[in-house]
Design a protein around this ligand. Structure first.
Ligand SMILES: Nc1ncnc2c1ncn2[C@@H]1O[C@H](COP(=O)(O)OP(=O)(O)OP(=O)(O)O)[C@@H](O)[C@H]1O
Ligand SMILES: [Mg+2]
Length: 278
């Protein structure tokens, strides 16, 4: 894989040639008292600057676990995760996480205070500079009028916008998003997907986005990694331009091909062919 496979990267810049985030043969396990659960097995992928890189796979295939490893919350038992070439060993403000749950905000703080708190607690910014940065991103997610509200007075979609503003305000190297729209109603989900794409058009941030929705993956991702069921292994990597185009060779839409690959028992000939293209 190389930067040529990433149409959205700033073509020709040196930074675009190097992966920002790498998973290199990453096996992740959970050890409980009775069990050893292998969540992912030797998963590799490279995320380039400006990528909207989607991890797509069935429930339990280790998507959230991979995100935790990228966040530095879980160490691989084999392989490694690297950010800008450095092995990831701990969490840091260079990787901000946005979760699915609506309760990820501090309930006793206002919208503005939630974002400012993240900036100040991490040492990123303080005082007036933190306020200014926070308001900039709160405006970007169209919540300027709600800056002084507390989370319990907001809708689910608004809370998710605050969480996204908080993540973006930190200006991390990579924004890690774990099914951030999964708990929203279909209309709001669609609107939030559009808004995320608008934000991306604005700032070309790098995002590692987890979903188990094929339409969401096709809309959000410029690159999509398909993972097999438990333990998660890479099935294929595909490119997407958001339009769900019909493939000339197979006559099928991208989303239909993904569906076929995800639900085939083993990686069949088509999946292998896709993997070879990717
Ligand atoms: N804290 C934990 N302790 C033990 N096993 C865990 C733990 N968290 C996850 N697992 C197991 O690891 C595997 C991968 O879980 P993970 O949450 O990463 O899946 P996922 O792909 O995010 O699924 P979903 O789409 O349902 O969110 C599953 O078999 C799960 O049961
Ligand atoms: Mg998950």
């Amino acid at each position: 894989m190389n930067a040529d496979s990433n149409p959205d990267a700033a073509v020709g810049t040196a930074a675009a040639l190097k992966p920002l985030l790498e998973a290199a043969g990453v096996t992740l396990q959970y050890k409980t008292r009775e069990h050893l659960v292998t969540a992912t097995y030797r998963v590799s992928f490279d995320v380039y600057p400006g990528d909207r890189f989607v991890l797509l796979g069935p429930s339990g295939c280790g998507k959230s676990t991979l995100l935790k490893a990228a966040g530095g919350y879980l160490a691989p038992v084999e392989g490694e995760m690297r950010l800008k070439g450095q092995r990831i060993t701990r969490p840091g403000p260079d990787r901000m996480m946005v979760f699915q749950e609506f309760d990820q905000l501090l309930p006793w703080k206002t919208v503005l205070q939630n974002v400012v708190f993240a900036l100040e607690a991490s040492g990123r910014l303080s005082g007036a500079a933190a306020h200014e940065r926070a308001m900039h991103y709160i405006d970007k997610v169209h919540l300027g009028k709600f800056a002084d509200r507390h989370p319990h007075t907001l809708s689910g979609g608004m809370k998710q916008r605050v969480a996204i503003a908080r993540g973006m305000a930190m200006e991390p190297d990579v924004l890690l998003m774990d099914e951030p729209f999964a708990a929203l109603d279909a209309l709001t989900r669609r609107q939030m997907q559009d808004e995320l794409m608008q934000l991306w058009e604005d700032t070309h941030f790098t995002v590692l986005f987890v979903t188990h929705s094929i339409p969401e993956a096709v809309r959000i991702g410029n690159r999509i990694l398909l993972l097999s069921p438990h333990p998660g292994q890479v099935k294929a990597e595909l490119e997407s331009d958001g339009t769900d185009p019909v493939d000339a060779a197979s006559g099928r839409r991208l989303s239909d091909r993904i569906h076929g690959m995800l639900f085939s028992e083993a990686a069949g000939p088509e999946a292998q062919g896709e993997a070879a293209h990717a």
